[in-house]
Design a protein around this ligand. Structure first.
Ligand code: PEP
Ligand code: MG
Length: 874
């Protein structure tokens, strides 16, 4: 018989796929002797059995649950429905990959009127007994019977308002019973049935509801955002209740063993005395920082600290822990590796290495390559902050700086984002329903909630700037305004928020330039130590090259020469060249461009020194250079002496319907060889000049958009003859390479032939993606969103390589090139060269280097180090 239900004693942390993260860790904590209330887990396998069985638990599963309940009753010495000693349980979701707050939870299950009365009698604590009962009715109704919690909240709020009190527990017994009666009445009216009283049927229904919640809207959205597969399913954990709401010596809290925002090694979290879990996140009572315990209850603080540290040592990582104190005794209800900001992930990994808990390789694998990006994001400039209008100060919930227009609902943010506006989501507090808004906002500001509130936790995991609990401002969601009493901002007004110190400013502040940090340096040290892959930069100017060197680029993998042509002072000469009607005219124009080119090449070669630099010869889609304005045409009239109408006619004649598939790249040079000739002369002249000045360089000339070996053969000959002539005339020795981009499917399919004329290949995966899919790079965004929504593919293939299709062509081309036995260097310079998933794939195909924009170099370095560490033993 297949096992579907596991007692905590039967599991371990390795069993996440079966028990979900929460279940596996509850099992692990039990087995290492930590104080965990007993319980069992219904496995993830049951989730889809439940859906397949027309949304009902199969009989064999029900039988195993019944048996597990019996075992739990024996261990706890308590029984379902037994008024003298009732067993109450919690029912919680827990998938293999944590999805905090996305699915449902029911506490105090097993309670009914009779049981509540006997708890009141046995404990002499009626407030506790009836508080549990009314909470259960609310939660069960919400989760299982789908009667929104607000129905009950409204009634409770009315009673509280009338009595002038804040919490249910402050009522007299009779009032409590009256409220509970009203709650039960709501259920009767809404469902036509009495509220269920039998613990077993409550349990089975609650387990089913948790399984159902796998498919609720917010869980689906969360999985989509976080690329969590839809077919994992959740497990359900059933656990004996311990009561943080018993009395003043009881309480509940959540904590991180280190600060998840900054990585600082200090307990970080919040707790509430006399409360149950939901109170900490609900924002009704303000939780206290965990540090306060240190002064008021030092032994309790020490006990919690020791437990947190022993969990950290056991798991060798920062833990995100839920605990409950029942009459002075601490219980652990959950632990998992804590989510953290990019900044914290780096500090924590480094500290754990220093503490000897993990080694450098493990540390590197712990840092999501993309997350170093956040280290490079700008803060607000100090002067701008100093002169900014401070609106208020809130909690620094997720670091970084963000600015934009204020919107008050997730829907408005999504709409504003579609209009291309940068925006900030402002709410009293966020809930999982706000996820789409949070995702589309630049930053999030809330007036309520603590550092572990929904807004704070979710923003941190998204790496999004967030100021939470900013109680100095009044948020009027109805009228769409926010105010600090003096200044009022309305929808669409600008605001700036600093998630690193919690300051909120009216208006737009200026960002500061991104800068390198010490941590980044260590990270780059480690990456360089464990990576065998060269990371080059896509850089077109000496300034770009300097930034790239700052990030320790191993060279330049793509210098797009057409970008040197866009300069205001040069563009007319370039247009003159493009519109030239014969060789003579073209040569005249090219001679005007030559000095610029030579100067540019000199600058960039000098900056890079001996590092290899791949200069790609001209590859402009023609339309980018055609004259657009009256002024453009007038400028041409001046330099060419031709009349306006004639220039317009020639220009119209060059119009292309598909410029991306038009007269660009090597095709230009097949028809006008003098263009590549001039560029080669300019580059090699600059290199020879530098050589004479004592600067060694390492130029590589790259010919773009090759589809036929014959194109490459012809142009290689032209480039080689031109370069050799210059070198000979200058009397210096200079080595250089000639290679090609592989960006047309035909070049992949015939890569063995193409390889015969190339010293190197660089995959232009932007064009290769465009041409393999037949998606115009310039027009695809019109339908890209729809394609991703409808799951034609999961991620934009221009961001992360399509491994199945485009990837196959890459692999084929590499294999074909290698099969020639010729020594050939192979890399990538499309955007995918800075995307971690693509890097892993491309390295697995046999690529030897990657090239990406300068600011993505750290990402590429970490990703390639991670690839080599993961594949070390292979
Ligand atoms: C490419 O096609 O991947 C590439 C790097 O060239 P470009 O983006 O300039 O076409
Ligand atoms: Mg290209």
């Amino acid at each position: 018989m297949q096992q579907y239900v596991y007692d905590f004693e039967q599991g371990s942390k390795e069993m996440k796929t079966i028990l979900g993260g929460k279940g596996a860790n509850l099992a692990e904590m039990s087995s290492i002797g930590l104080p965990v209330p007993q319980g069992f887990t219904v496995s993830t396998a049951v989730n889809f059995k439940y859906f397949e069985n027309n949304d009902a638990l199969p009989e064999d599963v029900v039988k195993q649950i019944d048996d597990a309940v019996k075992r739990l009753e024996d261990k706890a010495g308590q029984k379902f429905n037994d008024p003298t000693n009732p067993l109450l349980v919690s029912v919680r979701s827990g998938a293999a990959i944590s999805m905090p707050g996305m699915m449902d939870t029911v506490l105090n299950l097993g309670i009914n009127q009779e049981v509540a009365e006997s708890i009141a009698k046995n404990t002499g604590n009626y407030a506790f007994a009836y508080d549990n009962y009314r909470r259960f009715i609310q939660m069960y109704s919400d989760v299982v019977l789908e009667i929104p919690k607000s129905n009950f909240d409204k009634v409770l709020e009315e009673y509280q308002e009338e009595a002038g009190i804040n919490t249910f527990k402050e009522f007299e017994k009779e009032k409590m019973l009256e409220i509970i009666k009203e709650f039960l009445e709501i259920v009767k009216v809404k469902t036509g049935e009495d509220f269920p009283t039998d613990a077993r049927s409550q349990l089975l229904k609650a387990v089913e509801a948790v399984f159902r919640s796998w498919k609720n809207e917010r869980a689906i959205l969360y999985r989509k955002i976080n690329a969590i597969p839809d077919d994992l399913g959740t497990a359900v954990n059933v656990q004996r209740m311990v009561f943080g709401n018993y009395d003043g010596t009881s309480g509940t809290g959540v904590l991180f063993s280190r600060n998840p925002s900054t990585g600082e090694d200090a307990l970080f979290g919040e707790f509430l005395f006399n409360a149950q879990g939901e109170d900490v996140v609900a924002g009704i009572r303000t939780p206290e920082p965990i540090a306060n315990l240190k002064n008021d209850h030092p032994e309790l603080h020490k006990e919690i600290y020791d437990l947190a540290k022993s969990l950290e040592k056991h798991y060798k990582d920062v833990q995100d822990i839920e605990f409950t104190i029942e009459r002075g005794k601490v219980y652990l209800l959950q632990t998992r590796n804590g989510k953290r900001t990019a900044k914290a992930s780096i500090k924590i990994a480094m500290d754990l290495v220093k503490e000897g808990l993990i080694d450098e390789k493990t540390a590197l694998l712990r840092i999501p390559a993309n997350s170093v990006d956040a280290l490079l994001h700008p803060d607000f400039a100090a002067e701008s902050k100093a002169s900014g209008t401070v609106l208020a100060k809130g909690l620094a919930a997720s670091p970084g700086a963000a600015k934009g227009k204020v919107y008050f609902t997730a829907e408005d943010i999504v709409e504003a984002n579609k209009r291309g506006e940068a925006c900030i989501l402002v709410r009293k507090e966020t809930s999982p329903e706000d996820l789409a808004g949070m995702l589309n906002a630049k930053g999030i500001l809330t007036s309520r909630g603590g550092m572990t509130s929904h807004a704070a936790v979710v923003a941190r995991s998204m790496g999004k700037t967030c100021v939470a609990g900013c109680s100095d401002i009044l948020v009027d969601e109805e009228n769409k305004t926010l105010s600090n009493g003096t200044i009022t901002l309305k929808e669409g007004d600008y605001i700036s928020i600093d998630g690193s110190d919690g300051t909120v400013f009216a208006g737009e502040l200026q960002f500061e330039e991104a800068k390198n940090s010490d941590e980044l340096e260590i990270l780059l040290d480690w990456s360089d130590k464990y990576s065998k892959t060269m990371v080059r930069a896509n850089a077109d100017t000496p300034v770009d090259a300097q930034v790239a060197i700052g990030f320790r680029a191993d060279g330049i993998g793509l210098c797009r020469t057409e970008h040197m042509f866009f300069d205001k002072n040069r563009i007319t000469s370039v247009r003159e060249m493009i519109l030239a009607e014969n060789l003579e005219e073209r040569k005249v124009a090219l001679e005007k461009i030559r000095p610029f080119q030579e100067e540019d090449f000199y600058g960039i070669l000098k900056t890079m020194g001996e590092r290899p630099i791949t200069v790609r010869l001209l590859d402009p889609p023609l339309h980018e250079f055609l004259p657009k304005t009256e002024q453009d045409i007038e400028d041409l009239v001046k330099v060419t002496g031709k009349n306006k109408e004639h220039i317009m006619t020639v220009s119209e004649g060059l119009h292309e319907f598909n410029p991306m598939l038009g007269h660009r790249g090597c095709r230009l040079a097949i028809t006008y060889p003098e263009i590549y000739k001039m560029q080669t002369e300019a580059l090699i002249t600059a290199a020879c000049k530098l050589k004479k000045e004592g600067v060694k360089t390492n130029p590589e000339i790259m010919i773009p958009l090759i589809a036929f070996n014959e194109e490459l053969e012809m142009l290689r000959k032209l480039v080689k003859e031109t370069a050799d002539k210059i070198i000979k005339e200058s009397g210096v020795e200079l080595e250089y390479k000639i290679g090609t981009m592989i960006e047309i499917p035909r070049a992949c399919l015939t890569a063995d032939k193409v390889a015969m004329n190339a010293d190197f290949f660089s995959f232009g995966t932007n064009d290769l993606t465009q041409m393999t899919m037949g998606f115009s790079r310039d027009d695809v965004n019109v339908f890209m969103g729809e394609y991703i929504d409808k799951k034609v593919f999961e991620v934009n293939p221009f961001v992360s390589i399509d491994q199945e299709g485009v990837g196959q062509l890459v692999k084929l081309a590499v294999d074909k090139a290698m099969s020639t036995g010729k020594e050939i260097k192979i890399g990538v310079c499309g955007e995918h060269g800075g995307d971690p998933a693509s890097i892993h794939f491309l390295l697995s195909c046999g690529l030897q280097y990657v090239s990406c924009s300068p600011f993505r170099i750290p990402i590429a370095k970490i990703a390639s180090a991670q690839y080599h560490i993961q594949n070390e033993s292979k």
